[in-house]
Design a protein around this ligand. Structure first.
Ligand code: CP
Length: 316
């Protein structure tokens, strides 16, 4: 592995990464992807590092992916889920985390429903912090693995046309992807009902917006489909899921009508039959499970590069 380092100590927002940082993460992920496809999938790179995975909000992919990445790097890990913990007894975030850090943890991977929770933590705790999703704010490792997967499929991100289709308003994936893809020179279009796109984005000069899925599909090389996040919606923003599926959903008939190859992506979890039908999610052009596989390699790269900044005491 190379001795290059990232320009950041934590990974809180994709905004904080330079293009050179992202390219370094991708080069490092290439090497780890080769490792995880070997018969022996483990390297000793993080043997002296302890990582705490703090999940205050539900997760399947991100939690498993980080845990696997840490194990493949030989880190010691502790896992925490808010359900079943003393959070339900009123313990504050900082008290919970300080107690975990008192157990000599070097890195924290955190998912939280409150935007800004990871940056708050980074200001109060000495450990390296990785944001695994904070409310509707950011999900930087998802954007990195998505961009890495697009690069793997299309060779080049510069000039690639990516339509992000769905519930943009509540999606940290959309925000991190928009920033990451624009940094890397891709063209981005946001598509969805007006009520599911932030007003500042609707008014952002130069940002392509569509309220018509067919128009977005005709324009794009890659369609990144997002879930409707009903759990984050306090008011009714569209008539019904059935109506949403009919007007904005991706289905085979629509793709056939557009009649060109389009790479289909989805960060998961998928609501089959709402934003995407099964024959599209599982059909030609989809790279949804490649995204999951690449997630492990990209997260190994992020952990490895950030761990390089922790001073490891001489072993006794
Ligand atoms: N893509 C993603 O963040 O999925 P999970 O919520 O299952 O982690």
């Amino acid at each position: 592995m190379q001795n290059e380092s990232l320009s950041v100590r934590h990974l809180i927002s994709i905004r904080d990464l330079s293009t050179a940082d992202i390219e370094l993460i991708f080069r490092t992920a290439d090497q780890f992807k080769e490792v995880i496809n070997r018969p022996i999938k483990k390297v000793p790179s993080l043997r002296d590092i302890t990582v705490a995975n703090l999940f205050f909000e539900n997760s399947t992919r991100t939690k498993l992916s980080f845990e696997l990445a840490e194990k493949r790097l030989s880190a010691d890990i502790v896992n925490f889920s808010a359900s079943g913990s003393s959070v339900s007894k009123g313990e504050t975030l900082i008290d919970t985390v300080n107690n975990i850090l008192a157990m000599k943890v070097d890195m924290v991977v955190m998912r939280h429903s409150s935007p800004g929770a990871p940056v708050f933590l980074s200001r109060h705790c000495p450990a390296v912090i990785i944001n695994a999703g904070d409310g509707a704010h950011e999900h930087p490792t998802q954007a990195l693995l998505d961009a890495y997967s697009m690069k793997e499929k299309h060779g080049e991100l510069k000039g690639l046309k990516v339509a992000i289709i769905g519930d943009i308003l509540h999606s940290r994936v959309a925000m991190s992807n928009l920033i990451c893809l624009q940094k890397l020179g891709a063209e981005v279009m946001l598509c969805g009902p007006k009520t599911l796109i932030q007003r500042p984005l609707l008014q952002q000069p130069g940002l392509l917006i569509s309220h018509n899925t067919e128009e977005a599909l005709r324009w794009c090389d890659v369609a990144m489909v997002l879930r409707i996040q009903l759990e984050r919606q306090n008011t009714r923003l569209f008539p019904s899921q059935r109506e949403y599926a009919r007007v904005f959903g991706l289905n085979r008939a629509l793709l056939d009508k557009v009649g060109k190859p389009i790479t289909i992506m989805h960060p998961g979890p998928i609501n089959r039959g709402v934003e995407i039908t099964s024959d599209v999610a599982d059909g030609p052009g989809n790279i949804i499970l490649d995204q999951v596989e690449n997630g492990v390699a990209v997260r190994m790269a992020v952990l490895y590069l950030l761990a390089g900044q922790i001073r490891i005491p001489d072993s006794a």
